[in-house]
Design a protein around this ligand. Structure first.
Ligand SMILES: Nc1nc2c(ncn2[C@@H]2O[C@H](COP(=O)(O)OP(=O)(O)OP(=O)(O)O)[C@@H](O)[C@H]2O)c(=O)[nH]1
Ligand SMILES: [Mg+2]
Length: 412
C-alpha cells in the first residue's frame, strides 16, 4: 500500500473543477508564490515554540543537577527566541549541496482562460482533512503535517482552476512540493564538508549521538569504511563505556574496516577516551576521528550530561544524530531532545531499507531544522548513502504518484 493511498482515493473523487472553485474576487488567501515565504516562516516559528516546551524535555531538564541544564530549561520556557535561534546553523563549516528540488511544471495543467480560482470549498476542506489524517498515519509529527497543509493551502487557494481531468495532478504537485520543502533544510554534503574540515584543520572529529539501538556504532563503522575508501586514515573512539559489549563491538568493526580504535575498559570515563582518541589521531597524523557514544545510561539526564561532557572536551567539528527510521514519531521526538542539548549539525536516518513508513524522515528535518545528510540502507559497511531528498520522495511516493504525469507532453 502506498504512502498516500487513502488520500489519493479522496482526491481522485474530485472530478469537476467546480467542486473546488470560487470567483477570482472571492479569493480568501493570496496566491501562493508571493505570500509563501513569509507565511511559511511565521507558521514554523509558532509551532516550534510550543514544541520546545514538550513535557518530556522539561521533565528531563528539571531532574538534571547540572547548572547548564537548568539554564537551558529557563531559556526554553521563557524565550520565543529559542526557536528562531535554533533554526540557524551557526558555523560556516558545512558545505551546502545544491539541489533544485523536485521541479514540477504545472503551468500546462491550469485553465488560464477561466476567471475562477481554487477556493476552500467544503470539498476542498474535506480533502485537506483526509490528507492530514493520511500524513499523521504515516508517522509524521503534528508540526510537520501542519507545515505541509499550510504550504499546500498557500499554493492552491487562489491559483487558477485546473483543467478538467487535471485536478488530482495539481493537488499532487502541490503536495510533492510541500513535502520536498520539508526536507530541504540547510542541506549539506557530507564528504565535501569532512574534506574541507581536514583541509583547514588537518583533523575532522565527528561525534555520533542517539538513543540505544538506532545504529550509531554501525554508522560509525560505515562512515569509517567510506572515508578509508576515500584514502583517509580513521580512528574510532569507543566512548560508549556504559553498555557491556559496546567496546568489543566497535573494536570488531574497526578491525574489519581497517580503522584504529582507541578504547579503555567498560565503566571508564567516556570524555577521557574521546580526548585520547583525538590526541592519538593528532600524534599519529590520522585525519578523521569518529566518536561512538552511549545510547542509554541510568536515565536520560545522565546520558545528556555525559554526551555534553564528551562534546565539551573534544569540541567535535560535526555532531550527527542517528535516528532509526522504524521508530517513526519517537525518532522525531528524540531528535528534538538531542537537538536542544547538543545542537547537532545533521541527522543520519538508519534502517531505511526496512519497511519504515517514511514520516520520520519528513518530520526530523522540519522539527529540528537540521537536514538528514546520510541514510543507512542495510547492515553492510557499504550500506550508507547520501540522503537525497528528491530520490527519497520519489521512492516514498512512487506507489501513489507517477512522476512522468507532470511532463507537459503527457498533459497536452
Ligand atoms: N537493516 C538495517 N539495520 C541496521 C542499520 N543500521 C544499523 N542496523 C542494525 O541495528 C542494530 C543496532 O545497531 P547499533 O549500531 O549497535 O546501534 P547503536 O545505536 O550503536 O546501539 P547502542 O550501542 O545500544 O546505543 C544492529 O543490529 C545493526 O546491524 C541499517 O541501516 N539497516
Ligand atoms: Mg553502539
Amino acid at each position: 500500500m502506498g504512502f498516500l493511498s487513502r488520500f489519493r482515493r479522496t482526491s481522485r473523487q474530485i472530478s469537476d473543477p467546480e467542486q473546488i472553485a470560487g470567483e477570482s474576487n472571492e479569493n480568501t488567501t493570496p496566491p501562493a508564490v508571493e505570500s509563501k515565504g513569509q507565511e511559511w516562516d511565521e507558521k514554523k516559528e509558532e509551532v516550534k515554540i510550543s514544541e520546545w516546551e514538550s513535557p518530556d524535555t522539561l521533565d528531563m531538564i528539571e531532574k538534571g543537577q547540572d547548572k547548564k541544564l537548568r539554564k537551558l530549561s529557563q531559556r526554553i520556557t521563557s524565550s520565543s527566541k529559542v526557536a528562531s535561534k535554533s533554526s540557524k546553523i551557526t558555523t560556516g563549516k558545512l558545505i551546502p549541496r545544491p539541489s533544485n528540488g523536485l521541479n514540477i511544471d504545472i503551468e500546462h495543467l491550469l485553465n488560464r482562460k477561466s476567471r475562477r480560482r481554487i477556493s476552500p470549498t467544503p470539498v476542498f476542506e474535506r480533502m485537506m482533512a483526509e490528507l492530514e489524517t493520511t500524513l499523521l498515519e504515516s508517522d509524521m509529527g503534528h508540526s510537520a503535517v501542519d507545515a505541509v497543509l499550510s504550504e499546500m493551502r498557500s499554493k492552491l487557494i487562489g491559483a487558477p482552476l485546473p483543467r478538467k481531468g487535471e485536478i488530482d495532478k495539481i493537488i499532487d504537485a502541490a503536495l510533492i512540493s510541500a513535502l520536498d520543502s520539508l526536507l530541504r533544510v540547510s542541506y549539506w554534503d557530507f564528504n565535501q564538508t569532512v574534506e574541507s574540515i581536514i583541509q583547514k584543520e588537518d583533523l575532522a572529529v565527528i561525534m555520533l549521538v542517539g538513543v540505544n539501538g538506532t545504529g550509531k556504532t554501525t554508522t560509525a563503522a560505515k562512515i569509517a569504511h567510506r572515508m578509508i575508501k576515500m584514502g583517509y586514515s580513521v580512528v574510532l573512539g569507543a566512548a560508549d563505556t556504559f553498555r557491556a559489549g559496546a567496546i568489543d563491538q566497535l573494536s570488531d568493526h574497526a578491525q574489519k574496516v581497517g580503522a584504529r580504535v582507541v578504547k579503555s575498559q567498560r565503566g571508564g570515563d567516556s570524555a577521557a577516551i574521546a580526548r585520547d582518541a583525538v590526541d592519538s589521531a593528532k600524534a599519529k597524523g590520522d585525519e578523521i576521528v569518529i566518536i561512538d557514544t552511549a545510547g542509554r545510561m541510568q536515565n536520560k539526564t545522565n546520558l545528556m550530561q555525559e554526551l555534553k561532557k564528551v562534546h565539551r572536551v573534544v569540541s567535535p567539528h560535526l555532531v550527527l544524530f542517528v535516528g532509526d527510521a522504524l521508530a517513526g514519531n519517537d525518532a522525531v521526538e528524540q531528535a528534538r531532545i538531542f537537538q536542544s542539548f547538543l545542537n547537532f549539525d545533521g541527522a543520519v536516518l538508519s534502517k531505511l531499507d526496512t519497511d519504515a513508513r517514511g514520516g520520520a524522515a519528513l518530520s526530523i528535518a522540519h522539527s529540528t531544522n537540521r537536514p538528514i545528510v546520510l541514510a543507512g540502507i542495510g547492515q553492510d559497511y557499504d550500506d550508507l548513502t547520501d540522503f537525497e531528498p528528491s530520490g527519497f520522495l520519489t521512492d516514498l511516493l512512487s506507489d501513489d504518484i507517477d512522476f512522468s504525469r507532470f511532463r507537459p507532453e503527457d498533459g497536452d
